[in-house]
Design a protein around this ligand. Structure first.
Ligand SMILES: [Mg+2]
Length: 284
């Protein structure tokens, strides 16, 4: 088990259930973030959402009174681009299955990204694509259709690396659940018979990309999340200590039953308790 760093340099926050719920900040979150900023701790807000470019989160956080720089926001799309840049340097041409915000982010990260809908003629009826792609990146595309699944599968079969921003099969909305990126990834994986590399939580690649980009070792970082199955598990797999905050999906009763890789290094009732826990571990 990792333990909380003696001198904290990087705090990776989950967003929903930790920093805000719906459109409101979680009480104490603004103060915790201010305290960490003041002490010179690097902050990253890490979300599995692939659909919104990082600038969209900056605006959302600012509207809640949380001053945020774009470099502090990590989406699964940004993490995918960073992962490819570090580990697959030959990848340049990317076929993208995702929302417009995902294409925008991939292009902002320097990739020649083509939306799957535009990678074949209108009447595509199977067979090889005209263009060769180095990677197929799949996130949540709310307008997914059969043709895009077919085109993405053809690109993977032709040799493109198959990378999923995340594998969440569904995600919660105020009204209930909707299919997540993982449902689309599963359809494409079935069609090409290749399993993708998954970047988002609970896989460790997103957190590893954050550490590598910040040049900070896992022993100097902490993950603050509300979901044992995503945040805590990804932290453990990346070798980072985690604090489970009970302001989101987990309550104390659930938290006390957690074991193995889902057991956090510390439990905190709310962000105020996180601040108290970290106070002696800050240098400023
Ligand atoms: Mg959460």
């Amino acid at each position: 088990m990792a333990h909380l760093p003696d001198r904290l340099r990087l705090a990776i926050f989950d967003l929903d259930g930790v920093v805000y719920r719906r459109e409101r900040p979680v009480p104490g979150a603004v103060e915790l973030i201010q305290r960490l900023h003041a002490a010179g701790v690097l902050i990253r807000f890490a979300t599995n959402n692939s659909m919104v470019a990082r600038t969209g989160y900056v605006e959302r956080l600012r509207s809640m009174g949380i001053a945020t720089a774009v470099d502090e926001v990590v989406t699964s799309t940004w993490a995918t681009a960073e992962h490819l840049r570090r580990n697959e340097p030959k990848v340049g041409r990317v076929l993208a299955v995702g929302a417009p915000g995902m294409l925008e982010e991939l292009r902002a990260c320097g990739y020649a990204a083509t939306g799957a809908a535009d990678a074949a003629p209108a009447g595509y009826a199977g067979g090889p694509l005209e263009e060769r792609f180095d990677a197929v990146v799949v996130g949540l595309d709310p307008t997914i259709d059969y043709r895009r699944i077919a085109i993405a599968a053809a690109a993977v079969r032709a040799g493109a690396r198959f990378v999923a921003t995340n594998a969440d099969r569904r995600y919660p909305t105020p009204e209930g659940f909707l299919p997540g990126a993982g449902s689309i990834v599963a359809a494409i994986a079935a069609a090409c018979d290749v399993e993708p590399q998954v970047i988002g939580k609970p896989e460790p690649a997103m957190f590893r990309a954050i550490l590598a980009a910040a040049r900070i070792g896992p022993e100097q970082a902490v993950v603050i999340g509300d979901n044992p199955d995503a945040d805590v598990l990804a932290a453990r797999r990346a070798g980072i200590a985690s604090i489970l905050v009970l302001t989101g999906v987990a309550d104390r009763r659930l938290a006390e039953t957690l074991d193995g890789d889902r057991r956090p290094d510390a439990l905190a009732e709310d962000p105020y308790a996180v601040a108290a826990m970290l106070d002696g571990r800050l240098s400023g």
